[in-house]
Design a protein around this ligand. Sequence first.
Ligand code: PHB
Length: 395
Amino acid sequence: MTTRRLVLTRGAAAVGAASAGLLLPQIVRAQSNKVRVGFMLPYTGTFAQLGVAIENGVRMALNEKGGKLAGREIEWFKVDDESEPSKGVENANRLVQRDKVDVLIGTVHSGVQMGIQRVARESGVLNLIPNAGVHAATRGLCAPNVFRTSFTNSQPTLALGKPMVDKGLKKAVWITWKYAAGDEAFEGFKESYTKAGGTIVKELGLPFPNVEFQALLTEIASLKPDAVACFFAGGGAAKFIRDYAAAGLKDKIPLWGSGFLTEGVLDAAGPAAEGIMTTMHYSDSLDTPRNQKFRLEYAKSFRMQPDVYAVQGYDTGLLLAQGAEAVKGDLANKQALYKAMEGATIDSPRGKWSMSKSHNPVQDIYLRRVEKGENKVIGVAAKQLADPGTGCKMG
Ligand code: PHB
Protein backbone atom coordinates (compact mmCIF):
# COMPACT_ATOMS: atom_id res chain seq x y z
CA MET A 1 0.00 0.00 0.00
CA THR A 2 1.41 3.44 -0.88
CA THR A 3 1.79 6.17 1.71
CA ARG A 4 -0.86 8.24 -0.04
CA ARG A 5 -3.29 5.38 0.04
CA LEU A 6 -2.64 4.88 3.75
CA VAL A 7 -3.38 8.55 4.46
CA LEU A 8 -6.60 8.38 2.45
CA THR A 9 -7.69 5.24 4.21
CA ARG A 10 -7.02 6.74 7.64
CA GLY A 11 -8.84 9.91 6.66
CA ALA A 12 -11.82 7.93 5.45
CA ALA A 13 -11.92 5.98 8.71
CA ALA A 14 -11.95 9.21 10.71
CA VAL A 15 -14.72 10.72 8.61
CA GLY A 16 -16.68 7.50 8.93
CA ALA A 17 -16.33 7.50 12.69
CA ALA A 18 -17.34 11.14 12.91
CA SER A 19 -20.41 10.72 10.75
CA ALA A 20 -21.44 7.72 12.79
CA GLY A 21 -21.42 10.00 15.84
CA LEU A 22 -18.28 8.37 17.20
CA LEU A 23 -16.22 11.55 17.44
CA LEU A 24 -12.61 10.85 18.25
CA PRO A 25 -12.04 11.57 21.92
CA GLN A 26 -10.21 14.84 22.58
CA ILE A 27 -7.41 12.91 24.12
CA VAL A 28 -6.38 11.35 20.80
CA ARG A 29 -6.06 14.78 19.25
CA ALA A 30 -4.26 16.11 22.29
CA GLN A 31 -1.72 13.34 22.33
CA SER A 32 -1.04 13.39 18.62
CA ASN A 33 1.12 16.51 18.78
CA LYS A 34 3.80 17.99 20.99
CA VAL A 35 3.17 20.37 23.88
CA ARG A 36 4.71 23.72 23.00
CA VAL A 37 6.46 25.25 26.01
CA GLY A 38 8.05 28.70 25.79
CA PHE A 39 10.60 30.28 28.13
CA MET A 40 10.53 34.06 28.35
CA LEU A 41 13.41 34.81 30.68
CA PRO A 42 16.43 37.10 30.99
CA TYR A 43 19.46 35.45 29.39
CA THR A 44 21.51 38.68 29.28
CA GLY A 45 22.03 41.51 31.79
CA THR A 46 22.10 41.60 35.60
CA PHE A 47 19.45 38.82 35.89
CA ALA A 48 20.99 36.47 33.26
CA GLN A 49 22.03 33.82 35.77
CA LEU A 50 18.52 33.85 37.27
CA GLY A 51 17.03 32.96 33.88
CA VAL A 52 19.47 30.10 33.40
CA ALA A 53 18.79 28.69 36.88
CA ILE A 54 15.02 28.79 36.28
CA GLU A 55 15.29 27.04 32.91
CA ASN A 56 17.57 24.38 34.44
CA GLY A 57 15.04 23.79 37.22
CA VAL A 58 12.09 23.40 34.86
CA ARG A 59 14.02 20.98 32.64
CA MET A 60 15.17 18.96 35.64
CA ALA A 61 11.61 18.47 36.92
CA LEU A 62 10.38 17.38 33.50
CA ASN A 63 13.40 15.15 32.88
CA GLU A 64 12.36 13.32 36.03
CA LYS A 65 9.09 12.61 34.18
CA GLY A 66 10.91 11.12 31.19
CA GLY A 67 11.16 14.49 29.45
CA LYS A 68 7.42 14.43 28.69
CA LEU A 69 4.18 15.96 29.94
CA ALA A 70 1.63 13.25 30.69
CA GLY A 71 3.18 11.16 27.94
CA ARG A 72 3.29 13.96 25.34
CA GLU A 73 6.59 15.09 23.89
CA ILE A 74 7.65 18.69 24.49
CA GLU A 75 8.80 21.23 21.94
CA TRP A 76 10.74 24.09 23.56
CA PHE A 77 10.89 27.76 22.56
CA LYS A 78 13.02 30.54 24.05
CA VAL A 79 13.03 34.34 24.10
CA ASP A 80 15.57 36.52 25.94
CA ASP A 81 13.50 39.30 27.56
CA GLU A 82 16.64 41.20 28.66
CA SER A 83 14.72 42.35 31.80
CA GLU A 84 13.47 45.15 29.53
CA PRO A 85 9.89 46.19 30.41
CA SER A 86 9.40 48.24 27.22
CA LYS A 87 9.73 45.03 25.14
CA GLY A 88 7.55 42.89 27.43
CA VAL A 89 4.40 42.73 25.29
CA GLU A 90 6.32 42.27 22.03
CA ASN A 91 8.45 39.46 23.46
CA ALA A 92 5.45 37.68 24.98
CA ASN A 93 3.69 37.86 21.61
CA ARG A 94 6.71 36.26 19.93
CA LEU A 95 5.95 33.15 21.95
CA VAL A 96 2.16 33.36 21.93
CA GLN A 97 1.41 34.50 18.37
CA ARG A 98 4.47 33.46 16.40
CA ASP A 99 5.41 30.22 18.17
CA LYS A 100 1.87 29.39 19.34
CA VAL A 101 3.01 28.05 22.70
CA ASP A 102 0.58 26.19 24.94
CA VAL A 103 2.44 27.37 28.04
CA LEU A 104 4.51 30.51 28.59
CA ILE A 105 6.99 30.20 31.46
CA GLY A 106 8.18 33.66 32.50
CA THR A 107 9.53 35.84 33.87
CA VAL A 108 12.00 37.25 36.43
CA HIS A 109 11.53 41.04 36.29
CA SER A 110 8.30 42.55 37.67
CA GLY A 111 8.09 45.26 34.99
CA VAL A 112 8.45 42.72 32.18
CA GLN A 113 5.82 40.54 33.87
CA MET A 114 3.29 43.35 33.44
CA GLY A 115 3.68 42.91 29.65
CA ILE A 116 3.26 39.14 29.93
CA GLN A 117 0.25 39.65 32.16
CA ARG A 118 -1.45 41.74 29.49
CA VAL A 119 -0.77 39.17 26.77
CA ALA A 120 -1.86 36.30 29.03
CA ARG A 121 -5.13 38.02 29.91
CA GLU A 122 -5.87 38.88 26.27
CA SER A 123 -4.88 35.55 24.70
CA GLY A 124 -5.85 33.18 27.53
CA VAL A 125 -2.51 31.35 27.20
CA LEU A 126 -1.37 29.50 30.31
CA ASN A 127 1.32 31.58 32.06
CA LEU A 128 3.46 30.18 34.87
CA ILE A 129 5.47 32.86 36.69
CA PRO A 130 8.69 31.31 38.02
CA ASN A 131 9.93 34.46 39.79
CA ALA A 132 8.57 37.99 39.19
CA GLY A 133 6.83 39.04 42.40
CA VAL A 134 4.78 42.00 41.16
CA HIS A 135 1.71 42.24 43.37
CA ALA A 136 -0.74 43.00 40.56
CA ALA A 137 -0.14 39.59 38.92
CA THR A 138 -1.94 37.78 41.72
CA ARG A 139 -3.95 40.71 43.10
CA GLY A 140 -5.72 43.33 40.95
CA LEU A 141 -4.74 41.83 37.58
CA CYS A 142 -5.04 38.17 38.54
CA ALA A 143 -6.32 35.78 35.87
CA PRO A 144 -7.55 32.17 35.85
CA ASN A 145 -4.73 31.22 33.43
CA VAL A 146 -1.86 32.83 35.42
CA PHE A 147 -0.16 30.91 38.26
CA ARG A 148 2.90 31.91 40.27
CA THR A 149 5.32 29.39 41.81
CA SER A 150 7.62 31.90 43.51
CA PHE A 151 6.45 34.68 45.88
CA THR A 152 4.95 38.16 45.96
CA ASN A 153 7.47 40.95 46.38
CA SER A 154 6.36 41.70 49.92
CA GLN A 155 6.24 38.07 51.10
CA PRO A 156 9.93 37.70 52.15
CA THR A 157 10.14 41.17 53.71
CA LEU A 158 6.94 40.72 55.70
CA ALA A 159 9.08 38.37 57.78
CA LEU A 160 12.16 40.64 57.90
CA GLY A 161 11.24 43.40 60.36
CA LYS A 162 10.65 41.44 63.53
CA PRO A 163 13.95 39.51 63.72
CA MET A 164 15.81 42.80 63.18
CA VAL A 165 14.03 44.51 66.07
CA ASP A 166 14.46 41.35 68.19
CA LYS A 167 18.22 41.82 67.72
CA GLY A 168 17.97 45.39 69.00
CA LEU A 169 18.29 47.00 65.56
CA LYS A 170 15.66 49.72 65.93
CA LYS A 171 16.72 52.32 63.37
CA ALA A 172 17.19 51.24 59.79
CA VAL A 173 17.97 52.66 56.38
CA TRP A 174 16.22 50.97 53.44
CA ILE A 175 17.94 50.84 50.04
CA THR A 176 16.80 49.31 46.74
CA TRP A 177 16.40 49.57 42.98
CA LYS A 178 13.44 51.87 42.36
CA TYR A 179 10.96 49.72 40.47
CA ALA A 180 8.03 47.48 41.40
CA ALA A 181 10.11 44.72 43.01
CA GLY A 182 12.03 47.13 45.26
CA ASP A 183 9.03 49.31 46.06
CA GLU A 184 6.82 46.34 46.97
CA ALA A 185 9.60 44.68 48.98
CA PHE A 186 9.71 47.96 50.90
CA GLU A 187 5.96 47.71 51.59
CA GLY A 188 6.51 44.38 53.35
CA PHE A 189 9.54 45.67 55.23
CA LYS A 190 7.83 48.87 56.34
CA GLU A 191 4.83 46.96 57.64
CA SER A 192 6.79 44.33 59.57
CA TYR A 193 9.53 46.63 60.89
CA THR A 194 7.30 49.44 62.13
CA LYS A 195 4.83 46.97 63.61
CA ALA A 196 7.67 45.44 65.62
CA GLY A 197 8.67 48.89 66.90
CA GLY A 198 11.43 49.84 64.43
CA THR A 199 11.89 53.23 62.73
CA ILE A 200 12.94 53.68 59.11
CA VAL A 201 15.20 56.72 59.14
CA LYS A 202 15.71 56.98 55.38
CA GLU A 203 14.60 55.34 52.16
CA LEU A 204 17.29 55.31 49.46
CA GLY A 205 17.05 54.17 45.85
CA LEU A 206 18.60 54.10 42.41
CA PRO A 207 17.16 53.13 39.02
CA PHE A 208 17.27 49.47 37.89
CA PRO A 209 19.81 48.09 36.97
CA ASN A 210 22.31 50.77 38.05
CA VAL A 211 25.17 49.70 40.30
CA GLU A 212 26.74 53.09 41.12
CA PHE A 213 26.30 52.65 44.88
CA GLN A 214 29.11 54.91 46.11
CA ALA A 215 27.21 58.13 46.90
CA LEU A 216 24.44 56.16 48.66
CA LEU A 217 26.96 54.23 50.76
CA THR A 218 28.56 57.50 51.82
CA GLU A 219 25.12 58.74 52.88
CA ILE A 220 24.51 55.54 54.88
CA ALA A 221 27.85 56.01 56.67
CA SER A 222 26.86 59.52 57.73
CA LEU A 223 23.34 58.47 58.83
CA LYS A 224 24.78 55.80 61.15
CA PRO A 225 21.65 53.61 61.43
CA ASP A 226 21.56 50.45 63.58
CA ALA A 227 21.15 48.39 60.38
CA VAL A 228 20.59 48.54 56.64
CA ALA A 229 17.83 46.55 54.94
CA CYS A 230 17.60 46.14 51.17
CA PHE A 231 16.32 44.48 48.03
CA PHE A 232 18.88 43.66 45.31
CA ALA A 233 19.33 40.55 43.19
CA GLY A 234 21.61 38.90 40.63
CA GLY A 235 24.82 40.57 39.44
CA GLY A 236 23.82 43.88 41.08
CA ALA A 237 23.45 42.17 44.47
CA ALA A 238 26.98 40.73 44.29
CA LYS A 239 28.34 44.20 43.55
CA PHE A 240 26.31 45.82 46.33
CA ILE A 241 27.66 43.32 48.88
CA ARG A 242 31.26 43.90 47.75
CA ASP A 243 30.88 47.69 47.65
CA TYR A 244 29.25 47.70 51.12
CA ALA A 245 32.28 45.92 52.57
CA ALA A 246 34.77 48.01 50.58
CA ALA A 247 33.13 51.18 51.97
CA GLY A 248 34.03 49.93 55.47
CA LEU A 249 30.38 49.39 56.50
CA LYS A 250 30.35 45.59 56.87
CA ASP A 251 31.61 45.44 60.45
CA LYS A 252 29.91 48.64 61.59
CA ILE A 253 26.32 48.48 60.31
CA PRO A 254 24.77 45.01 59.92
CA LEU A 255 23.35 44.31 56.46
CA TRP A 256 19.95 42.61 56.20
CA GLY A 257 17.74 41.97 53.22
CA SER A 258 15.16 40.13 51.26
CA GLY A 259 16.98 36.83 50.66
CA PHE A 260 17.55 37.42 46.95
CA LEU A 261 20.52 39.52 48.07
CA THR A 262 22.53 36.36 48.78
CA GLU A 263 21.08 33.95 46.18
CA GLY A 264 23.43 32.67 43.49
CA VAL A 265 26.01 35.35 44.31
CA LEU A 266 27.97 33.95 47.25
CA ASP A 267 30.96 32.86 45.16
CA ALA A 268 31.09 36.22 43.39
CA ALA A 269 30.68 38.19 46.63
CA GLY A 270 33.26 36.17 48.59
CA PRO A 271 34.07 37.04 52.24
CA ALA A 272 32.16 40.35 51.94
CA ALA A 273 28.91 38.34 52.25
CA GLU A 274 29.74 36.60 55.55
CA GLY A 275 27.22 37.39 58.29
CA ILE A 276 24.50 38.93 56.09
CA MET A 277 21.03 38.11 57.47
CA THR A 278 18.06 37.56 55.17
CA THR A 279 14.53 36.16 55.00
CA MET A 280 13.53 33.88 52.14
CA HIS A 281 11.31 30.93 51.20
CA TYR A 282 14.35 28.67 50.63
CA SER A 283 17.74 27.96 52.09
CA ASP A 284 20.65 25.88 50.73
CA SER A 285 21.09 24.22 54.08
CA LEU A 286 17.51 22.95 54.63
CA ASP A 287 18.21 19.61 56.22
CA THR A 288 15.56 17.49 54.52
CA PRO A 289 16.03 14.44 52.28
CA ARG A 290 13.97 16.25 49.61
CA ASN A 291 16.34 19.22 49.51
CA GLN A 292 19.49 17.14 49.71
CA LYS A 293 18.41 14.91 46.83
CA PHE A 294 17.45 17.95 44.75
CA ARG A 295 20.78 19.66 45.39
CA LEU A 296 22.78 16.56 44.52
CA GLU A 297 20.88 15.88 41.28
CA TYR A 298 20.99 19.54 40.20
CA ALA A 299 24.74 19.79 40.82
CA LYS A 300 25.29 16.56 38.86
CA SER A 301 23.15 17.69 35.92
CA PHE A 302 24.30 21.28 35.57
CA ARG A 303 27.75 21.38 37.26
CA MET A 304 26.68 24.28 39.49
CA GLN A 305 24.94 24.74 42.83
CA PRO A 306 21.19 25.41 42.81
CA ASP A 307 19.68 28.54 44.37
CA VAL A 308 16.16 29.81 45.04
CA TYR A 309 15.64 30.51 41.33
CA ALA A 310 16.50 26.91 40.42
CA VAL A 311 14.00 25.74 43.05
CA GLN A 312 11.28 28.02 41.67
CA GLY A 313 11.94 26.69 38.15
CA TYR A 314 11.86 23.13 39.43
CA ASP A 315 8.53 23.76 41.17
CA THR A 316 7.16 25.31 37.96
CA GLY A 317 7.96 22.03 36.18
CA LEU A 318 6.33 20.03 39.00
CA LEU A 319 3.17 22.18 38.87
CA LEU A 320 2.92 21.89 35.09
CA ALA A 321 3.39 18.12 35.26
CA GLN A 322 0.72 17.80 37.97
CA GLY A 323 -1.74 19.82 35.91
CA ALA A 324 -0.99 17.93 32.69
CA GLU A 325 -1.34 14.55 34.38
CA ALA A 326 -4.72 15.53 35.84
CA VAL A 327 -6.09 16.17 32.32
CA LYS A 328 -4.17 13.24 30.76
CA GLY A 329 -2.18 15.59 28.57
CA ASP A 330 -5.17 17.50 27.19
CA LEU A 331 -4.11 21.05 28.06
CA ALA A 332 -7.09 22.37 26.07
CA ASN A 333 -9.31 21.11 28.90
CA LYS A 334 -8.70 24.37 30.72
CA GLN A 335 -11.29 24.19 33.43
CA ALA A 336 -10.01 20.86 34.71
CA LEU A 337 -6.39 21.93 34.21
CA TYR A 338 -6.78 25.09 36.28
CA LYS A 339 -8.73 23.27 38.95
CA ALA A 340 -5.94 20.72 39.33
CA MET A 341 -3.30 23.44 39.52
CA GLU A 342 -5.32 25.44 42.04
CA GLY A 343 -5.58 22.40 44.28
CA ALA A 344 -1.93 21.45 43.90
CA THR A 345 0.41 20.83 46.79
CA ILE A 346 4.00 20.97 45.62
CA ASP A 347 6.54 18.73 47.31
CA SER A 348 9.32 21.27 46.87
CA PRO A 349 12.96 21.34 47.99
CA ARG A 350 11.88 24.47 49.94
CA GLY A 351 9.29 22.43 51.87
CA LYS A 352 5.71 21.61 50.92
CA TRP A 353 3.63 24.53 49.69
CA SER A 354 0.10 24.96 48.43
CA MET A 355 -1.46 27.34 45.92
CA SER A 356 -3.54 30.19 47.32
CA LYS A 357 -6.89 31.13 45.79
CA SER A 358 -5.18 34.00 44.02
CA HIS A 359 -2.57 31.57 42.53
CA ASN A 360 0.45 32.37 44.70
CA PRO A 361 2.39 30.00 47.02
CA VAL A 362 1.46 29.77 50.70
CA GLN A 363 4.84 28.98 52.20
CA ASP A 364 7.28 29.12 55.10
CA ILE A 365 9.78 31.99 55.19
CA TYR A 366 13.17 31.13 56.71
CA LEU A 367 15.59 33.37 58.58
CA ARG A 368 19.11 32.76 57.21
CA ARG A 369 22.68 33.86 57.84
CA VAL A 370 25.59 33.64 55.40
CA GLU A 371 28.18 31.33 56.93
CA LYS A 372 31.24 30.05 55.08
CA GLY A 373 29.73 30.89 51.72
CA GLU A 374 26.35 29.24 52.38
CA ASN A 375 22.89 30.46 53.36
CA LYS A 376 22.42 28.71 56.71
CA VAL A 377 18.95 28.38 58.24
CA ILE A 378 18.58 30.03 61.64
CA GLY A 379 14.87 29.35 62.00
CA VAL A 380 11.41 29.83 60.50
CA ALA A 381 10.58 33.55 60.42
CA ALA A 382 6.98 33.06 59.23
CA LYS A 383 4.97 29.86 59.01
CA GLN A 384 2.78 29.21 55.92
CA LEU A 385 2.69 32.86 54.94
CA ALA A 386 0.07 33.80 52.34
CA ASP A 387 0.24 37.02 50.36
CA PRO A 388 -2.14 39.37 52.19
CA GLY A 389 -3.54 40.86 48.97
CA THR A 390 -7.30 40.93 48.63
CA GLY A 391 -7.50 42.41 45.14
CA CYS A 392 -8.14 39.13 43.33
CA LYS A 393 -11.78 38.17 43.02
CA MET A 394 -11.22 34.68 41.61
CA GLY A 395 -12.63 31.58 43.22
C1 PHB B 1 11.26 41.09 40.33
O1 PHB B 1 11.52 41.99 39.50
O2 PHB B 1 10.08 40.79 40.62
C2 PHB B 1 12.36 40.35 40.98
C3 PHB B 1 13.58 40.21 40.36
C4 PHB B 1 14.59 39.49 40.97
C5 PHB B 1 14.38 38.90 42.19
C6 PHB B 1 13.17 39.04 42.84
C7 PHB B 1 12.14 39.77 42.23
O3 PHB B 1 15.34 38.19 42.77
